[in-house]
Write a protein that binds this ligand. Structure first.
Ligand SMILES: [Mg+2]
Length: 444
C-alpha cells in the first residue's frame, strides 16, 4: 500500500483522527519491568484454555497474535512469557492517554482502553493542520507515556482506523519493519486502499463473518463493492450487509461521540422495588425509550444499535443488543426493539436495574433521507403526505425485519412484537446512500 507522507491535508480532507497504542498491555508490563524488554512477552491466560490478550512485537515475530489460544502461542514460542494482566495499571495509563487526546480536542471518543477517534474540526479556529496535530499527539504519547502508537487520518472513521493500523510496525517474514507512525489516506488513494484490503480488515468483520464471506467467494473489499446488497443481506442480515456495502464504497457515516455524549444517550434506572414480571419490564422499556429518543433528537442523531441491560437482585446481569441497517430516533421504534430484546430473556429473578442504550450513531440528515427515496422534492402538501406515508411503510417493514432478526437470535420469546408496530407513528431513517430495504428487499 502506498501512503501520502508528503501531502498535507486540510481539515476538510482529514477531519477524523484515529490513534491506537501499540501492544498496549504488553508494553505497560515492559515499562514496569524493564528486564522484560526484548523478550517475547504476552498478557493473557496462561492456563490450558487461556487466550492471548496482548503480545509484544518480539512475541509477534514468532507468530503470536492476540486472541490466539495460549497453548498455540506457546507452541510457536516456547520461551514465551505470559503475564496475568493488571487492569488497574492499564486503566491508569489509559486515563493518561485520554488526557493527552483531550488536550488536543475534547471532541474524542475512547474505544476500549488503548484506542480513540477524534474529530479535528474543532481545531479549525486555532489554525491547526491535521498532520501537525497527529504528529504532536504521537510525540507526546511517546515522551510522556513512553508508549508507541499509530495515528491515522481520514475523511471518515473507516479510513482513519485503516490508516492507523497501516501506520504501525509490521512483521514481515519474521522481521519487524517500522511503520510511518502517522498516515493519511488521501482521496486519490482511498479506492486503491479499499481494493487491496481483505474483508477481514473491515470494522465489524470477525473471524466468523470473514468465514461466511469467504464461503460466498468474497475475499477482498473490492469483491464486496460488486455484490448485490439484497443477496448479501440474505446471508449476513440486512444491517451487516448495508454496513459492508457502504464501507466497500468508502462510505462511513458514523460520527465521533464524546464520552459525555455517549453517557447522555442511554438511560438506566435502579428500581426501589425490583420488577418481578415481564410486563413490568416491558412497560419500563417504553418509558426508557422515550427518554433515549428525546436525547437522540436533541443531539440530531439516529442510532443503529440498541442495547438493553438487565441486572438482577443477585447482581448477575445480562445484555442484549441489535444493530439495524438504518438509524432510529423514534420512541415507538426504540420501544419495540427494546421490548423484542427483553422478550428474549426469561425473567426468572427480580430485576433490579433496566438500562436502554443507543450507539452506532449517524447524524440525522432528514433532507438527504428524503432524497434517497426519490430524486424529487415534494411541492405540495398532498405530495408531502404521500411521501411521508411511503416513508412510514418502508420504515415499519424495516423495523419488522429487525424484530424478526432479534427473534431468530434470541428465541421465540420475542414473537409478537411486530404486531405492535402498525398503529404507531414510526419514524425510522435510512442510512444515507444505502440501498433499498423493506418492501423492495426480497423476502428472506
Ligand atoms: Mg492497540
Amino acid at each position: 500500500m502506498s501512503n501520502s507522507r508528503d501531502e498535507t491535508p486540510s481539515l476538510d480532507e482529514a477531519p477524523i483522527l484515529h490513534v491506537d497504542l501499540d501492544a498496549f498491555f504488553a508494553s505497560v508490563e515492559i515499562l514496569d519491568d524493564p528486564s522484560l524488554r526484548g523478550k517475547p512477552v504476552c498478557v493473557g491466560g496462561a492456563a490450558q484454555r487461556g487466550v492471548i490478550a496482548s503480545a509484544s512485537y518480539e512475541a509477534r515475530r514468532h507468530g503470536v497474535r492476540s486472541a490466539m489460544p495460549s497453548v498455540v502461542a506457546r507452541r510457536l514460542c516456547p520461551e514465551l512469557i505470559i503475564l496475568p494482566g493488571r487492569f488497574g495499571r492499564y486503566e491508569e495509563y489509559s486515563r493518561r492517554f485520554h488526557r493527552l487526546i483531550d488536550d488536543l480536542t475534547p471532541e474524542f471518543e475512547p474505544l476500549g482502553l488503548d484506542e480513540a477517534f477524534a474529530d479535528l474540526r474543532s481545531l479549525r479556529r486555532l489554525g491547526i493542520r491535521p498532520l501537525d496535530a497527529a504528529r504532536d499527539l504521537r510525540a507526546r504519547i511517546r515522551d510522556e507515556l513512553s508508549l508507541e502508537c499509530g495515528v491515522g487520518l481520514g475523511r471518515n472513521k473507516l479510513f482513519a482506523k485503516l490508516a492507523s493500523k497501516e501506520a504501525k510496525p509490521q512483521i514481515l517474514d519474521g522481521r519487524l519493519v517500522d511503520g510511518d507512525g502517522v498516515l493519511w489516506v488521501s482521496p486519490g488513494l482511498e479506492r486503491t486502499w479499499l481494493s487491496e484490503l481483505p474483508v477481514r480488515a473491515l470494522w465489524g468483520v470477525g473471524p466468523q463473518g470473514a468465514k461466511k464471506l469467504h464461503q460466498l467467494g468474497l475475499r477482498w473489499v473490492r469483491d464486496l463493492a460488486k455484490v448485490d446488497e439484497a443477496t448479501l443481506a440474505r446471508h449476513l442480515g440486512a444491517a451487516m450487509a448495508a454496513t459492508l456495502v457502504a464501507y466497500a464504497r468508502g462510505e462511513d457515516e458514523r460520527v465521533v461521540m464524546t464520552q459525555r455524549e455517549l453517557k447522555s444517550l442511554g438511560h438506566d434506572e435502579t428500581f426501589a422495588v425490583s420488577l418481578t414480571t415481564s410486563d413490568q419490564v416491558l412497560a419500563h422499556c417504553r418509558h426508557h425509550a422515550g427518554v433515549v429518543a428525546r436525547a437522540l433528537r436533541s443531539h440530531a442523531l439516529v442510532a443503529r444499535t440498541i442495547s438493553v441491560v438487565l441486572r438482577f437482585d443477585d447482581l448477575d446481569s445480562l445484555s442484549r443488543s441489535q444493530t439495524l441497517s438504518f438509524g432510529v430516533d423514534d420512541e415507538a421504534a426504540l420501544s419495540a426493539l427494546a421490548q423484542a430484546l427483553v422478550r428474549g430473556v426469561t425473567i426468572d429473578r427480580p430485576v433490579r436495574l433496566l438500562g436502554l442504550y443507543a450507539t452506532s450513531f449517524l447524524e440525522r440528515t432528514r433532507n438527504q433521507v428524503q432524497l434517497s427515496f426519490e430524486m424529487e422534492t415534494p411541492t405540495t402538501d398532498r405530495q408531502r403526505a404521500v411521501d411521508e406515508s411511503r416513508d412510514h411503510q418502508v420504515s415499519a417493514a424495516a423495523l419488522r425485519d429487525a424484530v424478526d432478526d432479534i427473534r431468530r437470535r434470541y428465541g421465540p420469546g420475542s414473537v409478537g412484537v411486530a404486531a405492535d408496530l402498525d398503529s404507531q407513528g414510526l419514524r425510522v431513517e435510512r442510512q444515507r446512500g444505502s440501498h433499498a430495504f423493506g418492501p423492495e428487499r426480497p423476502a428472506t
